[in-house]
Design a protein around this ligand. Structure first.
Ligand SMILES: Cc1ncc(COP(=O)(O)O)c(C=O)c1O
Length: 375
């Protein structure tokens, strides 16, 4: 049966995605390609449509976090280069080979398992060797790299297609950690080269890295957040000109005239000071509209910013529309993104919620349909 969905949705603006991609491309030297990070459902924007759009903008290298995310893209017919940034967990080796996926090689144990599987199938698997140049998370430390390189002759099933690392503090433009990481990255790359390996791809920079730091050895950069219009850090607000891609909208389901003194929503943490007009929207924290916005969120309606009042519920929020003329049931309120020349950015939410725009975008719930605005 065909029926309209609840009037709450996300518009994904693909021309803004292209605009941001061009910013990333312009920030890369001509010798580098963009390896677009589309993990976590393209940071909540929808992995398949976003990847297809990026393909149409000329990108053919993609990174996801998990085998499942990679398989989702393969099943959708996306046959481009796919790097899985997370580990290849025990038992997943065959799937990586079967679907022509490149694992990030993080440790010796994984190297042994992948090699054994590839050799047993009389095949080779391309891997990107990840070193820990100072991130303090995953990847070969210098000693572990030395040990791996000394045993290279035992790994006929592996092709070291890429050499990579990840930056911890590139969002701070004057960070000495990044300078140290760049140095360590070069030293470890030299170790790899001296062992006779010539990786086809070399990459270090995320959005912050490529916007503020150089990597002359690199053949690729791995931007994620900047593609989606989020700043990689406050230091970049004047460096980057990004556009929001995600616009969260919901239409007024009820308009209510309430007398002064009325308590609103759970806990009555808001009381009407005067008679007021309240708009009720069919969206709540189950959709990713954070409960911390109780009494302090905002929406854009008829070229004005209007306040959220009372507690954010699981499925509803209330806004004070007393000052907005000609409001009607069905009018659309933008809670994240832009409308009427005004915006409420992922970075604005992040500041209010004491988090980062990455989390803001990823947390917009799966029950909110995504609509794709084409170019
Ligand atoms: C290994 C790796 N590379 C690249 C990225 C993209 O980073 P950003 O979204 O900051 O550009 C991430 C994101 O977390 C990552 O984990």
């Amino acid at each position: 049966m065909n029926y309209p969905s609840r009037p709450t949705w996300v518009d994904v603006d693909l021309s803004a995605l292209n605009h941001n991609l061009q910013q990333a491309i312009n920030s890369c030297p001509a010798t580098q390609r963009v390896l677009a990070v589309v993990k976590a459902d393209a940071y909540g924007h929808g992995a398949i449509p976003v990847t297809r759009a990026l393909q149409s903008f000329g990108i053919h290298d993609f990174a996801v976090a998990t085998l499942e995310e990679a398989l989702e893209l393969r099943l959708a017919g996306i046959s481009d280069n796919l790097l899985v940034l997370g580990s290849c967990f025990p038992g997943q080796e065959g799937a990586f080979l079967q679907h022509n996926l490149m694992p990030t090689l993080l440790d010796m144990g994984t190297a042994l398992r992948l090699n054994a599987e590839a050799v047993s199938q009389h095949r080779q698997i391309k891997v990107h060797l990840k070193v820990d140049s100072g991130m303090g998370r995953v990847g070969f430390l210098p000693e572990q790299l030395r040990e791996f390189l000394s045993k290279l002759h035992e790994f006929d099933g592996l092709v070291i297609e890429g050499f990579m690392s990840h930056l911890a503090c590139a969002d701070k433009l004057n960070s000495s950690v990044t300078t140290d990481q760049q140095g360590q990255f070069r030293i470890m790359l030299q170790m790899v080269r001296e062992a006779g390996i010539v990786p086809r791809e070399i990459h270090l920079n995320n959005s912050a890295g490529l916007s503020g730091w150089e990597c002359p050895e690199c053949t690729m950069s791995r931007p994620g957040i900047m593609l989606y219009g989020g700043l990689p850090g406050a230091d970049f607000s004047t460096v980057l000109d990004l556009q929001p891609v995600m616009h969260l909208r919901s239409c007024i389901a009820q308009l209510r005239q309430l007398p002064a003194g009325s308590g609103i929503s759970y806990g009555h943490c808001y009381h009407a000071a005067d008679d007021m007009q309240v708009a009720v929207l069919p969206i709540g924290y189950a959709d990713g509209y954070n409960r911390l916005f109780s009494n302090c969120g905002q929406g854009i309606l008829h070229r004005q910013k209007i306040p959220v009042i009372g507690r954010v519920c699981m499925d509803w929020i209330m806004l004070d529309v007393s000052a907005v003329p000609d409001v009607a049931v069905g009018d659309c309120v933008t809670l994240l993104g832009s409308a009427d020349g005004l915006s409420i950015l992922g970075d604005d939410w992040a500041e209010q919620l004491d988090t980062i725009s990455y989390e803001v975008f990823c947390r917009i719930g799966s029950r909110v349909p995504r609509r794709y605005l084409s170019l």
